[in-house]
Design a protein around this ligand. Structure first.
Ligand code: UN1
Length: 513
């Protein structure tokens, strides 16, 4: 790792070998046991982070609720200025933060930089939005009355994020929440705790420079029990959670039990439909990046290729040939395409999926396997695999967070392919490769893809932040990032004002005294 400048990156980001809750000048309370963060890149211990106890959590909530009092009355464009400065800092820290993401999580350095770029993009988006938190005005049914709606800050927003986007998911939530006047408490994945320390250090600088309370941005660390403190807490009106469907169901039920709001970004089972009118070259690039990018650990990763029988062999051969070109290895080395999985538990799930697809009657087209030997000592490097399968296989119905791609065949028209693509429990991302306008429009229509994201001649992953991001069914229904996703971070208030000397009642009701 030293040859890739990891030591310098950690130093720049203020991430230490031992990160104790009491050792920083920042407003971070952690007196629990420690989590050790090992890099999947080389298996080395990068550092430890002290966890949050229930008593620490109370201190965090005190800091957050106190900060909310200051922050909610600050004019929104002034809050936008804070987010603008945060975006500037991210530009400054882009390289070290991208490196830390790559080293702690295992995605390629290019994708690590891309993740920080998404943070910068959402900051820019949020700055503009800070002057556009519009409500509607309505015409009252009563004479001399006026109606309008306002969006007000909500309070403490809880953020639970996953290891696969260890920094960007936090920023999609915080950048919007902050311009909306909310304060944030973040529980990062215990698999990538150092990324949370780095991010906290960056925002702490901005808050300090602006004389703002650091409680505007809080982190809590630990396992799911720490997250539970937040999901059960009525002082947290919104919990935004990214992760598995299993986790999402628990979060949703707990938060709903106290009538809080949740924003869920859960699993995907994303497919690319390849029709007879597809551009094969584009299909190969989209499919291969979609399936092996981030080693198949994006919620938007391509898991299924639904290919028309007339071009099936051609597409299959081209994709298999492309897999032969993939270089697997240290993700900080820019010659490599594919880095490691997050840990050996993920490797076990990958192995299990490959066994299961065969057991269910599938055929392996590109052999998988765990890599060993020099450079692969962490035991987390696996070969991206391809299997021919059926949509009905239970393993195909399941999201395996690894580079396993299933090829499925269809023989009828595009509607048959759309039905296959929709026939899974998840509904995040989807794509069609076609130059046929009728097929493309059918896919995008109400009779088409049932996913939150539907693309034409683009793969399933790599959404831009300007659109609302999220999906239907077991994906959880939440929307983050662009469009009007900000509304979930605010409470809506309807105001009716009477500027006459009479008090007429709505609906024409007579009530004479
Ligand atoms: C995720 O995997 O949790 O669309 C998010 C994409 C990225 C976001 C992925 N912009 O692939």
């Amino acid at each position: 790792a030293s040859q890739f400048g990891i030591t310098e990156a950690l130093e720049k980001l203020g991430v230490k070998a031992t990160n104790l809750g009491t050792s920083t000048g920042s407003n971070w309370f952690a007196n629990g046991t420690t989590i050790s963060s090992y890099s999947p890149v080389d298996g080395a211990l990068i550092g430890t982070v002290q966890t949050t106890t229930a008593a620490d959590y109370e201190k965090v909530m005190e800091a957050a609720t106190a900060a909310f009092k200051t922050f909610k009355v600050m004019p929104a464009p002034k809050r936008g200025e804070i987010v603008r400065q945060f975006g500037e800092k991210l530009r400054y820290y882009k390289e070290p933060l991208g490196k830390l993401v790559s080293y702690e999580m295992g995605k390629s350095y290019q994708e690590g930089l891309g993740e920080v770029q998404e943070m910068i993009d959402i900051c820019d988006f949020a700055v503009g939005l800070s002057r556009q938190l519009h409500g509607l005005t309505m015409h009252s049914e009563r004479f001399g009355h006026r109606m309008y709606e306002q969006y007000h800050p909500l309070g403490v927003v809880g953020i639970i994020s996953a290891f696969n986007f260890p920094v960007a998911v936090w920023s999609w939530n915080t950048a919007l929440a902050w311009i909306c006047g909310d304060v944030c408490v973040w529980k990062a994945s215990e698999k990538t705790p150092l990324c949370s320390i780095a991010c906290q250090n960056i925002i702490a600088e901005v808050l300090k420079e602006n004389n703002l309370p650091e409680g505007i941005s809080c982190i809590i660390n630990g396992d799911y029990k720490v997250g539970e403190l937040m999901t059960q807490d009525p002082r947290v009106p919104l919990v935004s959670a990214t992760g598995s469907t299993r986790m999402g169901k628990i979060v949703a039920q707990t938060v709903a039990g106290r009538l809080g709001k949740s924003l869920l970004e859960l699993g995907g089972n994303n497919a690319i439909i390849v029709t007879p009118d597809a551009d094969i070259k584009m299909t190969v690039i989209g499919a291969v990046f979609g399936a092996v990018g981030t080693a198949g650990q994006r919620c938007t990763s391509t898991r299924r290729l639904i290919i028309h029988e007339s071009i099936y062999d051609k597409v299959k051969d081209a994709v298999v040939a492309a897999y032969g070109q993939l270089r697997i290895g240290n993700p900080l080395d820019q010659n490599n395409h594919v880095g490691p999985l997050i840990d050996t538990d993920a490797v076990a799930l990958y192995n299990k999926a490959l066994q299961q697809v065969v057991a269910e009657g599938g055929t392996i087209l590109v052999e998988g396997g765990v890599l060993t030997g020099a450079g692969y000592e962490s035991g987390c490097y696996v070969k991206p695999a391809i299997a021919e399968a059926k949509n009905s296989f239970s393993i195909v119905q399941h999201e395996t967070f690894a580079p396993v791609l299933y090829l499925l065949k269809y023989s009828g028209d595009v509607h048959e392919a759309i039905e296959m693509q929709n026939n899974v429990a998840q509904g995040l991302s989807s794509a069609i490769m076609t130059n046929n306008l009728r097929e493309a429009e059918a896919f995008l229509s109400h009779a088409g893809s049932d996913c939150g994201i539907a693309n034409v001649n683009i793969g399933t992953s790599g959404a831009e932040i300007g659109g609302a991001f999220g999906g239907e069914k077991e994906t959880g229904g939440g929307r983050e990032s662009g469009s009007d996703a900000w509304k979930v971070y605010m409470r809506r208030q309807t105001n009716t004002i009477n500027y006459t000397t009479d008090l007429p009642l709505a609906q024409g009701i007579k009530f004479d005294l």
